[in-house]
Design a binder for this molecule. Structure first.
Ligand code: FES
Length: 208
C-alpha cells in the first residue's frame, strides 16, 4: 500500500507540472479504474501484478466497453462525427483492462465511406480506436476535438484521426497508437494490438 500512496503522490506532482486542461479526462478515467487507476501516470500494473489481465494491453478478440460499463459496445453506441468517446477493452471473459491508465482508449465514428481506404481498413464499421496518451510528453489528449483534429493541450500537438492518428502539428513526432477494430456479431472487437509504442517521447525531460 505504501507503494501505491507513493505513486499517488508522484502522480499529483506530475499533474501539477503538466498544467493541462486534459487532466479532466485522466480524472474521469481514473475514477472508473478505482484504486488502480488512481495510482500513476504510467503503468499501475503492479497493483494487479504485471501479467494480470486487468493490466494487459488490449488483445485481439477483446470487446470494447464504455469508460464506466461492461456491456460490449456496438458501432451505433458511438455518436457519428462527434467528440471522442472514452472506452476500455474487455476480455471475452469479462475482465475490463482498466488496471493501467495507459490502456485508455478514445473512439471516434465516421461514415465508413468518408474515410481513406487505409483508415477504413482499421475501423469497425467506421469506429476508430486510439490510445489517449500523447506521444510528445505523455499528457492525455483532450476529450474535445479541434475541428477534425485530436488535440493535446499540453504543448499544442494535433493528430488526424482520419489518417490513422498521424501528427498534423507538432511538437509530437509520432502518431497516436491505434487499435484496429472489427465488428463481431454486432459488437466492436479488437482486431489487432496497438500499432505503435504507448507513451510520450519526452517524459522526464524539460520539453517546454
Ligand atoms: S504532451 Fe501533448 S503536446 Fe506535449
Amino acid at each position: 500500500m505504501a507503494d501505491v500512496i507513493n505513486e499517488l503522490n508522484q502522480s499529483a506532482e506530475a499533474q501539477q507540472s503538466c498544467n493541462c486542461a486534459c487532466v479532466s479526462r485522466r480524472a474521469v478515467l481514473r475514477g472508473v479504474a478505482g484504486v488502480a487507476g488512481l495510482a500513476g501516470l504510467s503503468s499501475v500494473s503492479s497493483v494487479f501484478g504485471q501479467d494480470a489481465p486487468e493490466a494487459m494491453r488490449p488483445q485481439p478478440g477483446d470487446f470494447i466497453v464504455s469508460a464506466n460499463g461492461t456491456t460490449p459496445l456496438t458501432p451505433a453506441d458511438v455518436r457519428l462525427n462527434a467528440n471522442p468517446f472514452d472506452a476500455w477493452a474487455m476480455s471475452p471473459d469479462g475482465i475490463v483492462r482498466n488496471g493501467d491508465f495507459d490502456n485508455s482508449l478514445m473512439l471516434l465514428r465516421y461514415e465508413p465511406d468518408t474515410l481513406p481506404e487505409e483508415t477504413k481498413a482499421r475501423a469497425g464499421e467506421g469506429v476508430l480506436a486510439f490510445n489517449v496518451i500523447c506521444t510528445h510528453a505523455g499528457c492525455p489528449v483532450s476529450s474535445e476535438l479541434e475541428g477534425p483534429l485530436i488535440k493535446c493541450d499540453c504543448h499544442g500537438s494535433r493528430f488526424d484521426p482520419t489518417k490513422n492518428g498521424e501528427v498534423a502539428h507538432g511538437p509530437a513526432r509520432r502518431k497516436l497508437p491505434q487499435l484496429s477494430l472489427t465488428v463481431v456479431d454486432g459488437k466492436l472487437s479488437v482486431a489487432s494490438e496497438f500499432d505503435s509504442r504507448i507513451g510520450g517521447d519526452m517524459v522526464g525531460e524539460d520539453d517546454r
